[in-house]
Design a protein around this ligand. Structure first.
Ligand code: WTA
Length: 650
């Protein structure tokens, strides 16, 4: 959890720039409050009104059916999400640039809404020719190339449910995610580029498919043109299929609650959860929040730097901006390749006006320094965003001054894979900001910081962040595990949505999100589960017991620290430490590589046998223990752990 100086709670708010407010969709705090009150007084009326933004094949007559904890939004409406992202723009904006893509190797591709539409229609035909039916699951494991959003929108067009797996995950992680949703088709690429190296996606996918009997076909995009292994009868080249496909495909009329996608995310247990999102409510809230939070207008050039493998890319590269007919920039690679000025060069070249990135990236830019930034003209920027983890006030202020030149409002957006879209954020023309706070909930969102009994805590007191009423883009369930959905989100504090974050609310009603209260670790904004890493560690022959905790990290927010007790016959060594780090990185993916592995001859446990992570967290953080240890089974364990650590640091 973030620790900040409590005096930041008293800092003076920074008002939105006056000339920004004048032109903004929401122009003042009063306007925001009026909208908020309207939504609070009659949420159904409010969301029903917003739903007119969707182009329906059949407009809904109902807004919400709520049977705790299951929601149906706009249940009798019919629509197609891909139609709303593409076809609806063709009349006025067929020739407007939709996507301006840049590869890490410098190659570029641009296409208009008409061209984007055509490619998605062709791909929809490809999917149908392979027998993909509405409701079928399709797993997508791809680099950040244009074919990725084309594949997602192609699925949406034919009613298939996509499950995008981040390209940094390993074969085991990919296989687990394919098996869980029983995909019949995999879409991948021969490889991708990252920091000048080739990421061998096809090779990893092939290893995964060994364990996935449901997958009959695999479509492969040619990106690197490196030779790859080929399985006749299963593997098919994307470009060969696309070449033969017809360029018309009328979008299927689907129910509002038709599943749109599954996205796996880490939770409190070792097993990733398949968060299920459906069509109309999700689309609506993504579309509506993109317009409000980024103050999006027709002439903007919008760039969200997330990877589409995470929810930020789903909602704020693909669905939200495209439903608004925005012009997007999409970049394949790393921010420091070939040099640390890559992002600023892109902003300058494409005249990006809205820039949405992560707190980790901002802290890295800050550490790299101004020399990389100075040569570029960033005057096209007008709104800056951040997401994924708490941003410390110092990084916020740096972002405001160094990138925004004190004239671009910053939107610190709090939300989750489960919420589908932004829930708490300033509106850039309306909300005075306080560095480090996501500020106020969006209209229609009733967020409250409470204790475990569900009672609001006082200003400046730490409590749990909850959402009190259903919202359109909420997850509908955890795929295949509705019990877990109920238990983890709706029963911790009965009747309300439990976000898993600690937070404070200040005297102005501003929300300060402090970090996770469960065993989720956020490394560079990527969500990882300590349990999942522990079970990988104990699968190694040398390991008897393992406990994984987070340690604060200046750039990445949190870093993974593993405490490991070895089996008899094994002794601690540098080689074993790196072997264990490699074991985690190859089993889950390189994003899960531990920052450190510490050997111990036992782990601190309560008398009932539960590992005391709190103590380990403290040890990882401060090197010693001051907290309550009265329930500890073997007090000497902590001493020995602390001593071992001190010796290593000497
Ligand atoms: C954290 C990412 C503070 C939080 C969109 C949440 C944040 C988790 C913020 C969800 C923010 C996200 N300030 N913390 N602005 N945004 N978080 O599912 O802990 O990858 O619960 O979704 O990220 O992570 P997820």
């Amino acid at each position: 959890m973030l620790e900040f100086d409590p005096h930041v709670l008293d800092e003076k708010p920074i008002p939105p720039p006056e000339d920004f407010s004048k032109k903004a969709h929401v122009k003042s705090l009063e306007d925001y409050r009026e909208m908020y009150q309207r939504a609070l007084a009659d949420p159904e009326e409010f969301w029903g009104e917003q739903a007119k933004r969707i182009e329906w094949f059949k407009a809904p007559t109902k807004v919400l059916e709520w049977k705790l904890p299951h929601a149906k939004w706009f249940a009798d409406g019919k629509l197609n999400v891909s139609y709303n992202c593409l076809d609806r723009h063709l009349e006025k904006n067929a020739n407007k640039p939709a996507l301006m893509w840049e590869g890490e190797d410098g190659s570029t591709v641009q296409f208009t809404y008409a061209e984007f539409h055509e490619r998605v229609c062709k791909f929809a035909n490809v999917l149908c020719s392979l027998g993909v039916k509405p409701g079928d699951c399709v797993t997508i494991y791809m680099p950040m190339i244009p074919e990725l959003p084309i594949a997602m929108l192609g699925c949406a067009r034919v009613g298939a449910v996509h499950s995008v797996v981040f390209g940094g995950f390993s074969a085991t992680a990919l296989a687990d995610r394919i098996v869980d949703c029983k995909s019949t088709l995999l879409i991948t690429a021969d490889g991708g580029y990252r920091r000048g190296k080739i990421v061998p996606l096809k090779e990893t996918a092939d290893a995964a498919l060994e364990k996935c009997p449901t997958v009959g076909k695999s479509i492969v995009v040619r990106r690197t043109k490196e030779p790859v292994a080929w399985k006749e009868g299963r593997d098919l080249w994307w470009h060969e299929l696309e070449e033969k496909a017809l360029k018309e495909f009328p979008a299927l009329e689907l129910d509002s609650e038709h599943p749109l996608y599954i996205l796996y995310t880490s939770g409190t247990t070792g097993k990733p959860k398949g968060v299920l999102h459906t069509s109309a409510g999700y689309l609506l809230q993504c579309m509506w929040s993109t317009r409000l939070v980024f103050d999006l207008r027709d002439e903007d050039v919008y760039w969200c730097t997330a990877d589409i493998g995470w929810v930020t890319g789903h909602s704020y590269i693909v669905y939200g901006p495209l439903a608004n007919g925005a012009t997007l920039v999409m970049y394949e690679g790393a921010p420091d390749f070939p040099r640390k000025d890559r992002f600023w060069e892109i902003i300058d070249r494409y005249k990006v006006s809205i820039f949405y990135s992560s707190a980790t990236a901002i802290r890295a830019f800050m550490a790299w320094g101004m020399d990389w930034i100075k040569p570029y003209d960033l005057s096209s920027l007008r709104v800056l965003g951040t997401v994924g983890e708490p941003i410390n006030p110092a990084a916020w202020k740096w972002y405001f001054e160094a990138i925004g030149k004190n004239r671009c409002p910053i939107v610190d957006t709090w939300w989750q894979t489960e919420t589908g879209s932004i829930m708490i954020s300033p509106l850039p023309g309306a909300t005075p900001t306080k560095p480090g706070s996501a500020t106020l909930p969006l209209p229609g969102i009733i967020a409250r910081v409470v204790n475990l009994k569900g009672e609001p805590v006082g200003p400046g007191e730490t409590g749990y962040l909850t959402i009190q009423k259903p919202w359109p883009s909420m997850l509908r369930t955890i795929y295949g595990d509705d019990e877990r959905y109920k238990r983890e989100y709706w029963e911790r504090i009965p009747g309300v949505y439990f976000a898993g974050d600690a937070a404070q609310c200040d005297k102005d009603g501003y929300i300060w999100v402090l970090g996770r209260v469960d065993d989720v670790i956020k490394v560079a904004g990527h969500r990882l589960s300590s349990m999942e890493i522990e079970s990988v560690l104990v699968s190694h022959a040398a390991v008897a017991e393992a406990a994984v905790v987070a340690r604060p990290d200046e750039i990445k927010g949190e870093a993974i620290i593993c405490f490991v007790a070895l089996r008899t016959g094994y002794t601690p060594s540098k080689e074993l430490r790196s072997a264990l780090m490699d074991h985690v990185a190859t089993t889950i993916g390189s994003i899960a590589r531990p920052a450190d592995v510490r050997f111990a001859d036992g782990l601190p446990k309560t008398r009932s046998g539960k590992i005391m992570r709190r103590l380990l967290r403290e040890l990882a953080h401060k090197g010693g223990i001051s907290g309550d240890t009265t329930t500890l089974e073997d007090l000497t364990v902590i001493d020995r752990l602390a001593k071992a650590q001190a010796q290593e640091e000497e």
